[in-house]
Design a protein around this ligand. Structure first.
Ligand SMILES: Nc1nc2c(ncn2[C@@H]2O[C@H](COP(=O)(O)OP(=O)(O)O)[C@@H](O)[C@H]2O)c(=O)[nH]1
Ligand SMILES: [Mg+2]
Length: 197
């Protein structure tokens, strides 16, 4: 599938503002600064589609983008920004929890992990949470351009051991070098074409 026409629809901070229409949704999660906005910009082929911030952790909004009138791509608040106060952290958890519990048309979650690091406890918690809720997910490694090919392969092996996932189940991406967009588009297509029941 090719993703062509991206349109920002709205930002929401509470369930009454969430989009609950019939269009399928694909959400993006990961810690603050992992590269969520950059990934959306790469997919949209537009550097200004999602804001990329140098001061991470401020936004705790759910941002909806509509693609080709087929699917919503949903940018979720980042988790685990070290400098965030306890109160803000709680708020994040609440927004994420609210989103997952109120979005019935959610077809796939892209879980972003920095290819340079092993998954954090929060990453593992997120994956376990999605497994528990029965929500399909795809692990996406970001910032692959920061590693040599051999270092990337080694890290993929380490990360796959760490979360006990097959190495072939990862998509390695680079927003800087525009790597991985097609694979993500294919994963999105597959997910939204899966029939319920
Ligand atoms: N080298 C490189 N830097 C990236 C990549 N993706 C994101 N970044 C940088 O990482 C920082 C955080 O990215 P952002 O998309 O705002 O992360 P978010 O907080 O998860 O939305 C920014 O300075 C980006 O330029 C990538 O693929 N390669
Ligand atoms: Mg962002």
């Amino acid at each position: 599938m090719r993703l062509i026409n991206f349109k920002f629809i709205k930002s929401a901070s509470k369930p009454s503002e969430f989009i609950v229409d019939e269009l399928p949704q694909v959400a993006i999660v990961g810690r603050s600064n992992v590269g969520k906005s950059s990934l959306i910009n790469m997919l949209a082929n537009n550097k200004k589609m999602a804001k990329t911030s140098s001061t991470p952790g401020r936004t705790r909004l759910v941002n909806y983008f509509e693609i080709d009138r087929k699917v919503y791509l949903v940018d979720l608040p980042g988790y685990g920004f070290a400098q965030a106060s306890k109160e803000i952290k709680k708020e994040w958890d609440r927004v994420l929890d609210d989103y997952f519990n109120n979005t019935h048309n959610l077809k796939l979650v892209l879980v972003l992990i920095d290819s340079r690091h092993l998954p954090s406890e929060l990453d593992k918690m997120m994956i376990n949470y999605l497994v528990e809720l029965g929500i399909p997910y795809q692990i996406v490694l970001t910032k692959a351009d920061k590693l040599s090919r051999s270092q990337l392969n080694k890290n993929i092996a380490d990360i796959s051991n760490c979360i006990r996932h097959n190495k072939n189940m990862f998509i390695a991406t680079s927003a800087d070098k525009k790597v991985g967009a097609e694979q993500i588009a294919d994963a999105i297509e597959k997910a939204i074409n899966v029939q319920n029941n």
